[in-house]
Design a protein around this ligand. Sequence first.
Ligand code: ADP
Length: 298
Amino acid sequence: MTTSAVSLRGVTRKYGAVQAVAGVDLEIRAGEVVALLGPNGAGKSTTIEMLLGLARPDQGEVRVYGGSPAEAIAKGLVGVMLQSGGIIEDAKVGELLNLVAGLHKEPMPVGEALERAGIADLRDRKLKGLSGGQQQRVRFAMAIVPQPELIVLDEPTTGMDVESRRDFWASMHAETARGRTVLFATHYLEEADAYADRVVLMRNGKIVADGTAAQIKASVSGRTIRATIPGANLAALAALDGVRSVETRGDVVLLQCADSDATLRYLLASTRAHDIEVTSADLEDAVLAISAEQEALA
Ligand code: ADP
């Protein structure tokens, strides 16, 4: 049986006249690493706040490991890294971590959390002197101290330079390799592409795409197969199901495909195709295309 880590059913939330979340259904299975994407105001933070019990849905149901968010948090099942707050500026890093560890039944040793977050050397530093990126790592250490099953991160790499972001994701990867479930919101689409098993795209309070990064890329633009095909019968290729267009560059044939798997099987079985490459649009192209589609529907 697959355990549901997070389950949102028909969840809505309004702030005054603003429908921040407009009917979200989302199941996250244990062990999944899910990226939550969408433009500013899409409803990502509100969704995260509801699954942490920080905001109440107007309608619908939120379950975390089968119970309410508050129950899951009380059991130490959830580690959280929010964009702001949670940091006592005058405290030292080690003191703050001790405080957080003291709130939980089976925390990991503070030294280990600092180590895993890559900030063992900052233990005796005051928080107010740290850079934005270092403070994010402190927040990350706070999130993993309870040894949670689920880690929720809202824009975890904001304020980090490229190198810190890479280090951060390496630390994160070590946690997911331990089987932890992760939900993170990000503005950096390449982070979603590189680190998430699954991408959930929100817009105007709704989920408008949900799948692997590869599926989302393919759903929009399909894929391009590029192959050298001696004596290619272009008309036959263009007539294949799942082929949208055929172009040639000398001996090389470019096929825009809705179903690249079927096209590949055909190429290998029925032609002399070689040097085959399959590429898809990047996630950013796909997200922009989905957003434009939604705009046109609105
Ligand atoms: P995202 O995280 O995707 O940027 P948010 O969930 O923060 O989106 O916001 C969704 C919408 O709800 C926005 O229009 C935002 O202005 C509004 N909103 C969010 N939180 C509040 C709040 N506490 N009070 C009033 N409006 C809010």
